[in-house]
Each structure stands twice: as structure tokens, then as C-alpha cells.
Design a protein around this ligand. Sequence first.
Ligand code: LMR
Length: 394
Amino acid sequence: MFEVLKSLPPDPILQLMQAFREDSRPDKVDLGIGVYKDDAGNTPIMAAVHEAERRLLEGEITKSYVGPAGSAGFNSAMAELILGVNSPLIQSGRTAVVQTPGGCGALRMGAEFLRLCKPDTTVWVSTPTWANHLPLLGGAGLTIREYPYLNPQTLQVDFDAMLETLERAEAGDVVLLHGCCHNPSGADLSLPQWKDVASLIQRKGLLPFVDMAYQGLGEGLEPDAAGLRHLAGEVPEMLIAASCSKNFGLYRERTGALVLVSGTATINSAATSQLLSIIRSHYSMPPAHGAAIVETVLGDDGLRARWQDELTGMCERILHLRHAFAEALAPVGDFDFIARQRGMFSFMGISPAQVNRLREEYGIYMLGSSRVNVAGLNDRVLPAVADALRDVLR
Ligand code: LMR
């Protein structure tokens, strides 16, 4: 019966990653998939992570099952990282956290949970949004609708258009927001804008689902969570999908968390039992290794301080590259928005033909939409990338 299936085109981000690997040019530059790179162009294992891993290997005494919720220590450390150490929500019993296989696992389990609550749930996503949001949420049976987010001419948030469209959402609809470092645009909401969105969501009875995939890589761990924390304090219910791929560099370890915020502790306890049953019927239990690393790092003062230093260094490096890139492109146009945006990504605002030329002639890889991973730049390749861009823009 498999003959009924037709071949699908590959995922564009993963296809680009593969094409880059197969390119034999020594001076090729990868600005495609969203992984952090250091000055040498490598994606290193963070020193705090390495040390935690060493301790785990020495101390580990069993590989027995943990359970569908994953490690309780990891879950409570993640709750504090995301919601804040003194968050009243954590004390109230209205919050539950489950460990998931990466941020994708959290998004999908959140979507399955929403469908269980309301089978005809509509989720509003930003235009544009991360391409994988659509299959992750739509594949669970949610209806996807879009709200305008980025003005394609100015490459800035079109906040009025966003609010105007969300006014048309109905009570019980879900709004997917990017906690920080909007993927693919790098254009984030300001704190006053988060406050306006929170009031709209509260007034209309919408349910926020926040994707927090880059905490610590925009402006720092605390400022990056400010909008989300304000929102969490205003609404009765909320979902948060968090990823440790970028801020702990644990990409292939598939480490993430889904946070559930309910109206009361009693509702939360019943809702959590349903969420655990969904997890059990999908993958039974999450993988342990990455979460054990995060738990070890966050649970040890010395390792935590080392991790925070490393993360701050990564964040500052991206900010430095954003400014240097905008400056290098100044002679051919106004690219100041790159310096103002946050996180790994920005659009260059060039055509698919120009993107293709950069790849064919210069070995510079970016997504067809012209999204670049700024973290893929370094002071060595930046002048050549800026020259090539100047050339295709001329
Ligand atoms: C990206 O947007 O490049 C990353 O989130 C990696 C991925 O899985 O797509």
C-alpha cells in the first residue's frame, strides 16, 4: 500500500544544510540553518556543558526509565529560567512543566493538548513565522490562520496591522508568539508592545502559546523573557514551548520543555494528567541525556555561572556582528535594521535570484527568503560577504 505515497520535496532549511555540506569550496559561508557559530566558524560544545557531561558520565548509575514528564529537577529549573526565580506562578500550583524532545516536541505536544481541549482550535501565527511551525501545529489538526507581523518593505514589525487582525480572532483562539529573537525576522516586540498584546489577549479571551527558542541570545536571559513574563502574569491560561538547543548548544540532544499555565491549581492538575497521557501515547518518555546536562549546569552555582558567561559571550558576539554587518553594508543601502534586530536571524530583503547568485558565484548560503543567520558570520568572512552582497545589489 505504500505505492499510494508521492515523494515530498525536502524541508528547505535541512536541504540547504545538506547542500552546504556537499559544497567543496573552501571559502563557502553558511548563513543558513540556525546554529550558533564561533569566530572559527565552529559550533562548539559549551565548556559548562562539557563539564556537566563529564560529571554525569562519572556519576551515572542507571539507564532505567524516568517517566513521561521527564526529570523533575530539570522541569523546576526550566520553570525558574523561563518564568523567573520568584515567579508567583510557580508558587501558586497553576504551572506544570514537562521535559520534551526539543522545542519541536514541546510545540507538538502543546498542539495535541490544545486539540484535546477543543478539537476545532484555530491558531494564529505571525507572517512570516518559522516554516516548521506550520506542520508542527497544523499536523496536530489545528486550523492555522495568519496575522501580519513584518512589513516586507521596512522589515520592521507592523504592530498596527498585527493588532487589527488579532481583533478579529475569537475567544478560545490561540495566538502563537515568539518569546524573543523572532525567527525568521529578528524583529521583536518591545515591552510596551507586549503589554498591548497581553491586554488584547486578555480582553478577547485568547490563549497565548509562546515559542521561546532563543532565550539569552537576544539581549540576555532576563530581558529576553520580560515580555513573556508580563503576559504570563496577565492571562489565566498559557502554553510555553522552550528549547535548550541554542542557549545550551544541545541541538542534537533534543532538549526542551512545555510549560502549562492554568486558571487554578485544581484545573492544572487535571490538565497535566491529560498532557502526560498524550505524551505517553506519542513517544512515552523524553530522552534523558540533554536534560540531565541542563539540570546539572543549572543546579551547580559554578557551572551555572560559567554557562551564563559563555551565553553572554555568544549574545555579545551576535550583537557585535549585527553592528559590523550593518556598517559594512551602509554604502549600498540602509541596513540599520540589522543592528536593531535581535537573535540569530534577519532578512536581507533581496530577491531569490540574488540569493541564488550569492550561493552559485560566492558560496554564500542563506534561505531562499533571504533569511541570514548572523551568527554564521565572523570578522574574517564578513568583508567578503559584504562585498558579495554589494555586488549583487549593484
Ligand atoms: C532554523 O530556523 O534554522 C532552526 O530553528 C533549525 C531548524 O530546525 O529549522
